[in-house]
Design a protein around this ligand. Structure first.
Ligand code: ADE
Length: 248
């Protein structure tokens, strides 16, 4: 997968060199290219923002540098490939595990993290016919810029790429993963030692009984979901619940 990021803070994306994403790059699974938006400015102050039409607080990112930057990035493709342009903004559609899965199947993503009050709207319209443009929000809060959301989205996407996670099964039971437990959060996990500060391990996990362990994990997932995300229970397919859940 090819990943381009156009930003005024290239150094903000340095975490893409470490851990899982860094390894995916080193293994050639991810071709990450970070671009400095200011390279496409032509005045001596490298201006990327200006005051908003209609008045109001803050500054808006100017369309010209974004236009030149995106033209250059798109033209560096083979010509017949159209990228998905992901525009992080608190006004976008929610970033979900389903969207992470969808984006992980695309050959080429271009992220356009903005600062200030966002990018001049005409840029979003301009690229609508040359690319698949998605405005995406990582949550109902406002950050100072889109770079942290890019790190979040790239990590969620990269770990889904084939050959990136050591064990292909490790995302099978993720919270929000499709499947039998699709509507439930992942339950608690334990490792050695068997006793720590007087606290033991639930007996069932030491029983070796796979059926009972699966049932216990499912019940714990249900309990946690009720406690932390009752909204997920409301939305869930009633077919995933059984009589025991209703008694809990
Ligand atoms: N930029 C600022 N806040 C954001 C958010 N919540 N999601 C995506 N991009 C953002």
């Amino acid at each position: 997968m090819r990943l381009d990021v156009v930003t005024i803070f290239p150094e903000y994306l340095e975490p893409l060199n470490v851990s899982l994403v860094g390894k995916a790059r080193a293994r050639g699974r991810l071709d990450v290219r970070i671009h400095d938006l200011r390279e496409w400015t032509h005045d001596k102050h490298n201006t990327v923002d200006d005051t908003p039409y209609g008045g109001g607080p803050g500054m808006v990112m100017k369309p010209e540098p974004w236009g030149e930057a995106l033209d250059a990035v798109i033209e560096s493709g083979t010509g017949d490939d159209k990228p998905v342009i992901v525009v992080p903004t608190p006004s976008g559609r929610p970033f979900t595990q389903a969207l992470a899965v969808e984006l992980s199947e695309k050959p080429w993503l271009v992220f356009t993290p903005a600062r200030y009050e966002g990018i001049d709207r005409r840029v979003i319209e301009e690229y609508g016919d040359r690319a698949d443009v998605r405005e995406v929000s990582i949550g109902d809060y406002v950050l100072a810029g889109g770079e942290a959301p890019v790190l979040v989205m790239v990590e969620a996407i990269a770990r889904l790429l084939p050959g990136v996670l050591g064990n292909a099964e490790s995302h099978r039971d993720d919270s929000f993963a499709p499947g039998a437990m699709a509507d439930l959060l992942e339950g608690p996990v334990y490792t050695k030692p068997p006793e720590w500060r007087g606290r033991g391990i639930p007996d069932v996990l030491l029983s070796g009984h796979h059926g009972k362990i699966a049932r216990w994990r499912r019940d714990e997932a249900f309990r946690r979901t009720v406690a932390n995300r009752p909204d997920l229970i409301e939305r869930a397919d009633p077919a995933v619940f059984d009589k025991k859940d209703r008694e809990m």
